[in-house]
Design a protein. Sequence first.
Length: 191
Amino acid sequence: MSRYTTNEEENQCLPNLQGLTIPEEIAEAEFEGFLMAEIMLTEQLTTITRFDCRYIRHIHKLALGELYSFAGKYRTVNMSKGGFLFPSALFIPQSMQTFEEEILRPLPDVYTDKQVLIKDVAQVHGELLFIHPFREGNGRTARILANLMIRKQGYEGLRFEKIKFREYVWAVQQVSEKNYHPMEKIIESIF
């Protein structure tokens, strides 16, 4: 049986390709990687860009590929954060396949209704955060994807800095019950 990481392990530095051991240096390298990935993907974005699992893995690989060997690959370890257990690593491939078939594939290329866009962004964002498919960088990958979904429709990116963390965590936990309403309210408030 696989074990879940503990809160103590969450604070340890992950082994990385650059040999960084100082948390601030790792955080800076991760920040730069995600910033570069978001800029590059925004520049490449078109009205026919399709968001699927391959694209999500590409976001992750682009952002963290210079830092981690697991970049762009689904996690193989079980994880928890703040006492919340994420789905078992064993089920990540199937969960992501279902996510793609049931949620990503039906997304339209063009939205004529802003509320429908908000609803879809909330569902995609919440499900991706709940599945937590990667060893590191899940939230940042999900935020980039949400911004790309919004920008594809001609809007500015979301203002994630305005989110109240406790409400955000609670909204993600509600996704486990297929209750997307709390995440919809958050996405609408930062639109």
